[in-house]
Design a protein around this ligand. Structure first.
Ligand SMILES: [Zn+2]
Length: 375
């Protein structure tokens, strides 16, 4: 698809069409009768993508093993890249010199970058968090770096990301209530500063999402939700979940947050770990997801199929002349056998990682299409 749904057409068919910014429009095509699931179209500049949408993770400016042509072949319209990693390597000067991340990566569809907060707060060498920002040591050379709301906005503006994420403070799932409360207050403070800096310096095509924190306390979640929504952003993310807690805890909290998010704006659940989780989050009204799970599993030899997961290294596939998944029509399943993939993984040939990644992302795209169709 290359153009948005015209307003007249939308009204005629009962679609609800919202202009969020100069370059972002969100259309709710259908809402489920049995859950809070919704199906929509998100227009980001020239890219129109269907929601719910899955974003593969291109940590260092690459979805590992695949080039931009292959990502498009699979039908991916939106990918995520990590500010923390790109800030360290290649560095802002290199990406600025290339004219931004889209041209650096040769990716002409939509890009979302995180703020780096999640990575920084996961570092063992986190030095100091104050209201001003967060001081940490690079995991590469130990160099001390100070991230502020303004500096992570500056980085993402240089990247030219279509969706820019606010800096938030993430706490571990075992954090005491006092620490979680402080993180909520700081996340709101930082979000306000992010918005101020962003509004003054953004490129015309860029949009800013706020992040709701609050750990596993529903009261704090509600406070964070109200404060972030009050500030007003182009879309909203639920952060601080999938950090080691149980499945029940994750979805108990998500379930308490999504009904309070503005209906007319896209909702993004940051980080998930399985197809079950994705389906559950869709039912709770989430529109966007990212995860390293399909690509990381692929590189470990685990492929998703209509019969469940398969480990291609398994000896039972040594002589199998069947495709990875008989029901899949991707390039890999049309052209290669399990026996060949088994061999490639056994001898650690690079092509194996690529074929498994390609298939997993294609499989997931298909599953998401089925989920959209079922709404
Ligand atoms: Zn396939």
């Amino acid at each position: 698809m290359s153009s948005t749904v015209p307003l007249v057409f939308s009204l005629e068919f009962g679609f609800q069409f919202y202009t969020i910014s100069e370059t972002m429009e969100f259309t709710i095509i259908k809402e489920s009768d049995t859950s809070r699931a919704r199906k929509g179209l998100l227009k980001l500049g020239q890219t129109v993508l269907e929601t719910p949408v899955f974003m593969p993770v291109g940590t260092k400016g690459t979805v590992k093993t695949l080039d931009s042509g292959e990502l498009k072949e699979i039908g991916l319209d939106l990918i995520l890249a990590n500010t923390y990693h790109l800030y360290l390597r290649p560095g802002l000067d290199v990406i600025k010199n290339a004219g931004g991340l889209h041209s650096f990566m040769n990716w002409d569809r939509a890009l979302l970058t995180d703020s780096g907060g999640y990575q920084v707060f996961s570092l063992p060498d986190l030095k100091k968090v104050t209201d001003e920002g967060v001081l940490f040591k690079s995991h590469i050379d130990g160099q001390e770096i100070f991230f502020t709301p303004e500096s992570v906005m500056e980085a993402q503006i240089i990247f030219g990301s279509d969706i820019v994420m606010c800096l938030d403070e993430c706490v571990e799932h075992t954090a005491p209530l006092k620490k979680t409360r402080e993180a909520v207050i700081r996340t709101t403070l930082w979000s306000r500063r992010c918005k101020e800096y962003f509004n003054c310096h953004k490129k015309p095509h860029q949009n800013l999402f706020g992040i709701v924190q609050g750990g596993f306390d529903k009261g704090l979640r509600k406070e964070s939700l109200e404060q972030i929504c009050e500030l007003g952003f182009d879309g909203y993310a639920v952060g601080g979940l999938s950090v080691g807690e149980t499945y029940e805890k994750t979805f108990d909290i998500l379930d308490s947050v999504t009904p309070g998010l503005p209906r007319e704006k896209p909702r993004y659940f940051m980080g998930l770990g399985s197809l079950d989780e994705l389906e559950q989050a869709v039912r709770m009204g989430v529109d966007m997801f990212d995860s390293v799970w399909p690509t990381r599993n692929a590189r470990n030899g685990q492929v998703f199929t209509s019969e469940g997961k398969k480990q291609v290294r398994n000896a039972r596939f040594k002589y199998s002349l069947e495709p990875v998944d008989k029901e899949c029509s991707c390039f890999v399943c049309r052209n290669h056998t399990l026996s060949y993939l088994h061999h490639l993984f056994n001898v650690e040939e690079l092509l194996g990682y690529k074929l498994a990644t390609y298939h997993n992302l294609y499989f997931l795209q298909n599953r998401i299409k089925q989920i959209r169709d079922s709404i």
